[in-house]
Design a protein around this ligand. Structure first.
Ligand code: ATP
Length: 526
């Protein structure tokens, strides 16, 4: 969470990252963004509901992604496939046999962890030590400091890097070979302790399949077992020829889809970062074999640009190349985001080769080849995938937008500086008082502007309180209707971020606001 706006930084309080995360969670609940699922029954672990504000923000985020994919690219189309699919699909895709995480329990706290995450957290601590050394040296050497040279020559830093490399190598070999005993030994060698009990009393590492299953039809036996999809991608693969033929698509082309996915996550403690039911936005791009690396690089850059257009600064993102590749990929990178609890995966970009389509050919017995008219031959295309979690994106956007500002008069305000086009309501219409015809004038404005963008109307509480409430909801603009409005058809327009107010004609509102809150302006910057 970015808490300091440059202008007000001097007077702001700095709150520790964990506090900020807690604040995001409580803000989400207090203002109707996210609720714990089944709360009156004490909740259901790692499942969440979106409230009246949250659903609007989520829809706007999805819309931004959807339009960036399908509206901005003439060779990308969207589909919507079912959550239930033939169970053999998950056998073919490798999920039945290999979609699992290595888990380990601490015998004292009885807490369960992902073994790879424990090791990655350890590596992150070593990286933190490197960052500290660099910071110290920057201070010591001032302007003459050469970071690249320092990193490659400073004894301590070089040692840290070697340590990271050796841990990563051991982890990769252990996971690739399925040698879980080696992963446990690595955890023991690094003396990793349970964050809860502080002890190193670990069980063996075991693989745990993340797919939920259920039964279809009235008979419960093995043949009726189906899975809740753990990713939306397979719905695209099994439909790719339907879309290609009916849409007369020529390679390279893409198919986009958004929808629910389900994973029985081992550790699900970080609010909507890791859920058991979540929403993905995936795009599979079908290319000629041999061109996949070019497209992989293109999509990495394209997706980064899409994120950066949100305006949270390029320092909020970084690429992370995978150490352990999924069974289907020949190249994979994450776009990591600076969440309140550190840099974590937000989106994956994977070169999936022809693995999935070939597997589906084999298991279904149907040909899934594309006839390339330019080459005059048929082949199974290669696929580059971009895959992002909508809920994670939501969390990232909310965290970066939430600020607590101390104002010059000594008071403070909580403001959600959402990019205007994402805000649940773009304009709050606020009659100064509840009488004298001001509410009627307010509704008149609402009934004119509601065709162009989402507006809200509020006449409860003092105007100051209503401004604060709309700041906290992220509403970029408020208009206040007063007695003068009835005389000269003007209102006060207040800007959420600057808190500046100006008198404008009611007739000018639509043009003034629409341009600033329209997603098309952001799409233009891509
Ligand atoms: P992680 O390593 O964090 O478990 P992953 O590599 O398994 O994620 P992918 O299979 O690449 O994730 O899924 C694509 C995207 O879906 C992720 O980048 C993430 O944004 C989102 N995602 C995956 N699992 C979850 C989850 N349990 N809850 C919310 N979003 C998720």
């Amino acid at each position: 969470m970015k808490f300091l706006s440059a202008k007000l930084a001097a007077t702001n309080e700095i709150i520790m990252a964990e506090d900020l995360f807690k604040q995001v969670i409580s803000h989400s609940k207090e203002y109707g963004f996210v609720f714990q699922s089944s709360e009156i029954y004490d909740g259901l672990s790692a499942v969440y509901d979106y409230g009246q504000q949250g659903v609007a923000l989520k829809n706007n985020l999805r819309d931004y992604w959807w339009k960036a994919m399908t509206q901005m690219n003439e060779n990308i189309v969207g589909i919507d496939t079912a959550i239930f699919m033939h169970p053999t699909i998950w056998k073919a895709s490798g999920h039945v046999d290999a979609f699992s995480d290595p888990l380990i329990d601490n015998k004292d706290s009885k807490k369960r962890y992902r073994a790879d995450v424990l090791i990655e957290d350890y590596i992150e601590k070593v990286r933190g030590k490197i960052a500290k050394e660099v910071k110290k040296a920057t201070k010591r050497f001032g302007d003459s400091f050469n970071e690249a040279e320092f990193i490659s020559t400073n004894g301590r830093v070089v040692e840290y890097y070697e340590k990271i490399k050796s841990i990563e190598d051991r982890m990769r070999v252990g996971l690739d070979d399925g040698n879980l005993g080696d992963i446990k030994t690595l955890i023991e060698d690094l003396e990793i302790a349970c964050p809860i009990s502080g002890s190193r009393n670990w069980t063996d590492v075991r693989q745990f399949n993340l797919m939920f299953d259920t039964d279809m039809g009235s008979v419960t036996d093995d043949s009726s077992k189906i899975y809740l999809r753990p990713e939306t991608a397979q719905g695209i693969f099994v439909n790719y020829l339907n879309v290609q033929k009916t849409g007369r698509m020529k390679i390279p082309f893409g198919i986009a889809q958004t929808g629910k996915a389900f994973r029985n996550e081992i550790v699900a403690r970080q609010f909507i970062f890791r859920m058991r039911e979540f929403e993905q936005m995936e795009m599979q791009f079908f290319v000629k074999p041999g061109t996949e690396m070019e497209w992989y690089e293109t999509w990495k850059a394209t997706r980064m640009k899409w994120h950066e257009a949100l305006g949270f600064g390029s320092e909020s993102y970084r690429f992370h190349d995978h150490i352990k590749m999924a069974h289907y990929a020949n190249a994979a990178a994450d776009i990591e985001f600076d969440f309140p609890f550190g840099f974590k995966e937000l989106e994956g970009i994977h070169s999936r080769t022809d693995f999935d389509l070939k597997q589906h050919e084999e298991h279904s017995g149907k040909k899934l080849q594309y006839f390339d008219p330019e080459e005059n031959k048929s082949y199974v295309p290669y696929v580059v995938e971009t895959s992002i979690g909508l809920d994670r994106l939501f969390l990232g956007v909310l965290s970066k937008s939430l600020e607590e500002e101390k104002l010059e008069d000594g008071s403070s305000r909580v403001v959600l500086k959402l990019p205007a086009f994402l805000a649940p309501s773009k304009l709050a219409i606020l009659p100064l008082i509840k009488k004298d015809g001001l509410p009627e004038k307010g509704h008149e404005i609402l009934n004119t502007l509601k065709y162009s963008f989402q507006c809200s109307y509020d006449e409860k509480d003092s105007i100051g309180k209503r401004y604060r409430r709309n700041d906290a909801l992220g509403t970029p603009y408020c208009v206040t209707i007063d007695h003068q409005s009835l005389e000269d058809n003007t209102v006060t327009l207040r800007d959420r971020d600057t808190m500046q107010q100006e008198r404008v004609s009611i007739n000018a509102l639509e043009t003034l606001i629409a341009k600033k809150v329209n997603v098309s302006e952001v799409l233009r910057r891509l």
